[in-house]
Design a protein around this ligand. Structure first.
Ligand SMILES: Cc1cc2nc3c(=O)[nH]c(=O)nc-3n(C[C@H](O)[C@H](O)[C@H](O)COP(=O)(O)OP(=O)(O)OC[C@H]3O[C@@H](n4cnc5c(N)ncnc54)[C@H](O)[C@@H]3O)c2cc1C
Length: 659
């Protein structure tokens, strides 16, 4: 019988939970705040907003990041936008509707109460960011503009051209800088958390590596918050920034924090297709493009074959011979179905031989209809930087007129294919965002909290900023309220010395393997295993094979890795080796979870469990829970612990995007 976890959700009907929570929670006496230290690891949107808010509220904050500036966190890459239920369009949006869409989009595997809270604070985020001066796009009349993202029939996505993450991060960074200047936040750039220190069962500090000097340093505090992003780079090729890693999260997992729903990995449908084996990164073409771009493959297999052979171009295929397969299969949502649905539909067409590039693994994203309807100027105003980015990478400009057939103008289409993009799984947290280790909190993409089995577009920024600006600053006080009476924890305690010794020994171990293979060559191989056996379509047999191959490759890593240089000073290869060590733990965790979940839901697609139409087939009777995993040592199978899901406000049903 699996252990059962309590998420500490307050009682009461869903819409009242957050209000009730706020009314009953404890707040820290302002004088005591001055005595309390909080470590926030990460300066992405989640970390920077949390550090700034905690500093503003009076706590002493230690904030670390691996980059040379908080402004270079991966959040800067976010293109498309951030959701909020403002209903500026007067199109029937509401907090309840955003809540409903998010729960449905997550294939009914998210915690209902968390999602309601998220929807409720979504509007505060926009107000906060506007107050900071974030330059959201505006309508001609001055009103903030909105566009649509997948899984919604309303327009609720706020954006700043194709660089929303960057602008939001600049806003958070301004607030953070203000607290740095006020002396409330001490910022450590180019520091990497290597371990969490547990004293008497509570998180009391961390061991971090100064990435420039190579020295290990100890930090103690009354609570530790990790905001270190997702684990998409386990797959080697992903849309994530090259530095994204899961080291901090995996170390917390090894120290006893449960890891929830690792198999829920998001594969984004609109990325530039892989073009060779020398590639180390994939590029996202924002989902916002699906507002005006139409996705298609040829209707006739001979046209597809000609495209693959390079004897025909997309613009030579007339309207009547194009299969707008998303519009055909999902008339109600069309090109704006959620990402998991759109990705699987692209794979289905390509698997059937209708792919449109030389590898057969691409579909078209075409702007001809919208350029003909709105003009290139308008389309460029909306997506100009994305068109330019696409041209820089592929040498094709999607606004170039290429053909005219029967009076219809055809422009050069983009080619896209699904790629690893976001991880819904993460460190398990309760309603207060506290992990299973008291005093250790997790926010943003590194926790599992709000997206269930699939995240809707523009919801990650919403969740990261909700956690950082509005949720954690309240909930952490419930924990900190008692802490002011305890003496400060000294970094001389044996627990700190022990943790530092272990990290140091690991660095020596990696440097002393002195084998023949580079970190990247092994990582690339791990990526191939992950994509092939733990990727878009999974089977029990494939997952077992994947696990076996991962074990073998991990052995190769332990015995034949070559890390040049020493541990003194800057050693990027050594840092990457640490990350790869943890990607191995993560990859196996994803596979164990996927193997244990004998159903398909959201981003987790088990080929054995699908409907006749190829849609994901859930099994609510047996798998209506959050799957949490407890570490049991290297090479051992982790233990599954279940947190049952309880729905009060929303009827659990099969997702339908057709009508
Ligand atoms: C190309 C792209 C486009 C996207 N577009 C959108 C969008 O339009 N809308 C949307 O909602 N979402 C989007 N997303 C998702 C969204 O950007 C991320 O989920 C979100 O930014 C994650 O924020 P975060 O603060 O949790 O983590 P991150 O931004 O990844 O920040 C992690 C932080 O942790 C630090 N860190 C990591 N490891 C350590 C360590 N061991 N020690 C110390 N520090 C560490 C890093 O330095 C960094 O500061 C996009 C994602 C990608 C890849």
């Amino acid at each position: 019988m699996a252990k059962v976890l309590d998420s500490k959700i307050p009682a009461g009907p869903v819409p009242e939970k957050w209000k009730e929570y706020k009314a009953h929670q404890r707040l820290v006496n302002p004088k005591n705040k001055l005595k309390l230290d909080v470590i926030v690891v990460g300066t992405g949107l989640a970390g920077a907003s949390a550090a700034a808010s905690l500093g503003e509220m009076g706590f002493n904050v230690i904030n670390l990041c691996i980059q040379d500036s908080p402004r270079r966190a991966h959040s800067i890459a976010a293109q498309g936008g951030i959701n909020a239920a403002k209903c500026y369009q007067n199109d029937g949006d509401s907090v309840y509707r955003l809540f409903y869409d998010t729960v449905k989009g997550g294939d009914y595997r998210a915690r209902e109460a968390n999602v309601y809270r998220l929807a409720e604070v979504s509007n505060n985020i926009i107000d906060q960011c506007v107050a900071q001066g974030v330059p959201f796009a505006r309508e001609y009349g001055g009103m903030l503009a909105n566009r649509s993202f997948g899984g919604a029939q309303v327009s609720r996505t706020f954006y700043a051209k194709g660089q929303t993450g960057q602008q939001l991060l600049l806003g958070a960074y301004s607030s953070l800088s203000c607290q740095v200047q006020a002396g409330k936040v001490k910022l450590y750039t180019r520091y990497e958390m290597e371990d969490v220190v547990i004293v008497d069962g509570r998180a009391r500090g961390i061991i971090a590596k100064n990435l420039v000097t190579g020295k290990l340093e100890r930090f103690s505090a009354n609570a530790v918050v990790i905001a270190t992003g997702g684990y998409g780079n386990t797959y080697f090729l992903s849309t994530n920034a090259m530095g994204c890693n899961c080291t901090a999260a995996v170390q917390c997992y090894r120290k006893g924090a449960y890891f929830a729903n690792p198999s829920y990995v998001q594969i984004h449908p609109t990325c530039i297709p892989v073009h060779g084996d020398k590639q180390s990164k994939l590029t996202l073409m924002s989902e916002s493009l699906r507002n005006d771009g139409r996705i298609w493959v040829p209707k006739k297999i001979e046209d597809a074959k000609a495209l693959q052979a390079g004897t025909k171009q997309g613009w030579e295929i007339p309207e009547e011979d194009r299969d707008y397969y998303l519009e055909r299969r999902y008339p109600a949502f069309g090109n704006l179905v959620p990402r998991d649905v759109a990705s699987r539909a692209a794979k289905e067409r390509c698997d059937k031989g209708f792919g449109v590039n030389n590898t057969g693994l691409a579909v078209f994203l075409d702007f001809s209809e919208s350029i003909n309807r709105l003009g290139l100027d308008i389309i460029m105003q909306r997506y100009g930087n994305l068109f330019e980015m696409y041209e820089e990478i592929t040498d094709v400009f999607p606004g170039d007129l290429a053909n005219e057939i029967n009076g219809v103008k055809y422009y050069k289409p983009m080619m896209i294919y699904p790629a690893i993009h976001y991880t819904m799984g993460g460190i398990w947290v309760d309603y207060e965002l506290q992990t299973s280790i008291p005093g250790l909190f997790a926010i943003g993409e590194c926790n599992f909290s709000d997206h269930g089995a699939n995240r809707l577009g523009a919801s990650a920024l919403m969740q990261g900023l909700a956690d950082g600006y509005f949720v954690l600053p309240y909930t952490i006080q419930n924990y900190l309220a008692d802490q002011a009476v305890w003496p400060k924890v000294s970094t001389d305690l044996p627990e700190f010395a022990e943790a530092e010794k272990k990290v140091d020994a690991e660095l020596d171990r990696l440097l002393n393997i002195k084998g023949k293979r580079s970190v990247d060559s092994i990582h690339k191989e791990l990526g191939h295993i992950m994509w092939e056996y733990v990727g878009m379509g999974r089977t029990a047999e494939g997952l077992k094979t994947g696990l076996k191959k991962m074990h073998e490759l991990e052995k190769e890593f332990d015995e034949n890795l070559f890390v040049p240089g020493t541990k003194e000073g800057l050693n990027i290869e050594l840092d990457k080796a640490i990350h790869l060590r943890d990607f191995f733990t993560m990859g196996q965790l994803v596979a164990f979870d996927a193997l244990s979940r004998n159903e398909s839901c959201g981003g987790h697609f088990r080929e054995e469990y699908q409907t006749e139409e190829g849609e994901a087939k859930r099994d609510d009777e047996n798998y209506f829970y959050v799957g949490c995993w407890e570490y049991k040592g290297k090479g051992n199978e982790p233990e599954l612990i279940k947190e049952p899901l309880e729905y009060e406000a929303i009827k659990v049903q099969t997702r339908n995007y057709k009508n």
